[in-house]
Design a protein around this ligand. Structure first.
Ligand code: DCP
Ligand code: CA
Ligand code: CA
Length: 627
């Protein structure tokens, strides 16, 4: 259940930045002919033209939605350009998008603590930068306020026809504002400048929300899309929450939200104000009660984590309809492919960032010929992760077999797998000052079976083994592994992500290297804003699921009868717990849709429907006539 973290009394400036139609922008940068043209990115499968996973704003204007298949998108928008997601190993290869996201993170992280929350969004804690600006060059003292900042949408600011910028200028410079609002004003300018830099250096536009905490910043960032930013002064919070339907609020999409509606008649977050903290605690328990009481007031103490790297890695593939996998050998073939990719990714994470993934998980969706138990789900299974492709493959197959056995209740029934995914989680930094990576491993690992720990196939070294030789470590000590207690894992000072430069940032956009005006003007000039209703904003927010969700604590327990991992032999039947809190939602988008749905189901049990409607004024944002 949700837990309210105490919010510091100190004023804070938090921004949530989300890229606009991200995969589409990445494809448009690769192929500038697509700029200004209705475009969507589709999953490569051929059924009904493939599934749309990203829709450009021009196409949205024709009514194209992410829930559509390519054929349907063509019907509503015959001129739409459908770009296939790159494919590697027979499945979508998202590396292109991941590294494009890293380019943006590298820029955004220059101004303060930066948490990469998903493939296309980050949280920034700009408090220190805003405080310095307020001391050294407050908005009122600036020769000129950047135009992009003047284009901000400040919630609660009454702006008459053509007076928006004047009002924003006054708000940014007001001498009698309280300290929190003065800092927010500085944050508004800092974020505007960062967004202009992102456009100049990567050619991507993004939208942002700026507020005193993560919850409010996240609510605000999609309010004015694309290529705009929204600020939430303290005085605007009650109105914002008064119109925010509970079901659209993070963590209220499921049973808790339904109970609030059905049992208490609470329809908006603001409606919760009627109830005392005591009453909410009586009804929902101390933690949830306090959390509800606080969100009704816009209070949220979540810190921005200093993390530029994902918390886990995952990859998967769907096998719809007749493509379902019906034999262990066909499953093995795909498990091997997926594990190969996973192994490459954790290996490069280890090499580049000195991080170790500790848990391997296998998710699947399946059906079986059992009319008595048709709804039973294939259980997700996890175990300690051993480095080395062949070991990961072997362990993942054991996880699959164990899951299948549970799924079939050990009956001999026909079955089919419609999607498969593997993930590596519990990633920790290797502590600085450790004399060797081996030492770290020996201190942290459970009493392992030495032969399993150190075996590596020729030409395909086990990671631990390869590290051992690199670090010239004492292989004997490796055999005395201990249990990796979570509390023992001493986190490194932040490992910084490698800064990937915008390698192809020249060319088409060079002439704009010194963009002076606003980002909107860059596209077409003088377009009106696409202001979405509150409900649209929240729906999108819930669909994204990028954040760490702390409320869902269901454990998926897997027994692992055949496992010969870092456990001692007596522990073969030991249960390994997979905690939903450990799922990094930033990678959920990368998994097959069916698995995404399942994981989201664990977190938000009820399905949310995309009711987002886009205004008709946005098509020309990406007009080919942009300057
Ligand atoms: N994505 C995906 N599958 C999903 C959702 C998203 O593959 N079910 C990918 C494609 C998106 C990217 O993640 O481009 C970012 O997702 P967003 O939800 O942020 O959506 P967009 O960036 O495409 O659009 P918006 O401008 O509304 O943020
Ligand atoms: Ca986005
Ligand atoms: Ca997003």
């Amino acid at each position: 259940m949700p837990v309210a973290r105490p919010e510091s009394q100190e004023p804070r400036v938090i921004a949530h930045v989300d890229m606009d139609c991200f995969y589409v922008q990445v494809e448009q940068r690769r192929n500038p002919d697509l700029r200004g043209v209705p475009t969507a990115v589709v999953q490569y499968n051929s059924w009904k033209g493939g599934g749309l996973i990203a829709v450009g704003y021009e196409a949205r204007n024709f009514g194209v939605k992410r829930s559509m298949r390519g054929d349907e998108a063509k019907r509503v928008c015959p001129d739409i350009q459908l770009v296939q997601v790159p494919v590697a190993r027979g499945k979508a290869d998202l590396n292109l998008y991941r590294s494009a996201g890293s380019e943006v993170v590298a820029i955004l992280s220059t101004k303060g603590k930066c948490e990469r929350a998903s493939i296309d969004e980050v949280y920034l804690d700009l408090t220190d930068a805003a405080k310095s600006m307020l001391l050294e060059s407050p908005p009122a003292m600036l020769d000129s306020i950047p135009e992009e900042a003047l284009k901000s949408h400040v919630l609660g600011l009454s702006s008459g026809e053509n007076k928006g910028e004047d009002d924003v200028r006054k708000w940014l410079c007001q001498p009698d504002a309280d300290y929190q609002d003065k800092l927010l004003a500085c944050g508004t300018i800092i974020v505007a400048e960062l967004r202009v830099r992102v456009l100049q250096e990567t050619k991507f536009t993004c939208s942002a929300g700026i507020a005193r905490n993560k919850m409010l910043a996240k609510l605000a960032s999609p309010m004015h899309k694309p290529a705009q930013q929204t600020v939430v002064p303290a005085t605007s919070v009650p109105d914002l929450l008064a119109s925010l339907p509970v079901k659209k609020m993070k963590q209220l999409g499921g049973k808790l939200g339904t109970s609030l509606q059905d049992d208490l008649g609470v329809n908006t977050v603001g409606d919760l104000l009627k109830f005392s903290e005591q009453k909410l605690q009586d009804l929902y328990g101390i933690n949830t009660g306090t959390w509800l009481w606080k969100i009704a007031r816009g209070i949220n103490g979540d810190e921005v984590e200093d993390r530029l790297l994902p918390k886990s890695h995952g990859c998967g593939k769907t096998f719809p309809g007749p493509m379902a996998l019906k034999t262990t050998s066909s499953v093995k073939q795909w498990v091997n492919q997926l594990c190969e990719e996973l192994s490459e990714r954790i290996q490069s994470d280890l090499n580049q960032n000195k991080r170790i993934a500790q848990t391997l998980t296998l998710h699947a969706r399946a059906f079986k010929e059992d009319e008595l138990d048709p709804l039973k789900k294939f259980p997700s299974k996890s175990c300690p992760l051993r480095y080395g492709t062949s070991k990961i493959q072997e362990d993942a197959m054991h996880l699959f077999e164990s899951g299948l056995s549970d799924f079939l209740n050990s009956k001999n029934l026909g079955w089919g797998i419609t999607s498969l995914a593997v993930g590596a989680s519990k990633i920790v930094d290797i502590p600085n000052g450790t004399t060797s990576i081996l030492k770290y491993l020996t201190e942290k690992r459970t009493s392992c079976n030495p032969s399993d720990c150190s075996d590596a196939l020729p030409g395909e070294p086990d990671h631990a083994t390869s590290l051992i030789s690199q670090k010239d470590a004492d292989t004997k000590s490796y055999k005395e592994c201990k249990v990796p207690l979570e509390s023992e894992v001493e986190e490194n000072p932040k490992t910084k992500a490698s800064r990937e430069s915008a390698s192809d940032s020249k060319g088409l956009f060079d002439r704009d290297a010194n963009v002076k005006g606003t980002i909107l003007r860059y596209f077409s000039g003088g377009c009106s804003s696409n202001q979405r209703s509150t409900s649209e904003v929240e729906t999108n927010q819930l669909e994204e699921e990028e954040e760490k969700i702390s409320s869902s604590t269901a454990n998926i327990t897997s027994s692992h009868p055949n496992l010969n991992l870092n456990q001692n032999k007596n522990a073969l039947s030991e249960n390994w717990i997979y905690n939903i809190e450990e799922i990094d939602l930033s990678v959920v988008d990368e998994l097959p849709l069916e698995i995404q749905r399942e994981i989201r189901g664990w977190i938000h049990p009820s399905k949310r429907i995309n009711t987002a409607k886009r205004g008709s004024t946005v098509a020309h944002y990406f007009s080919p006539a942009r300057k």
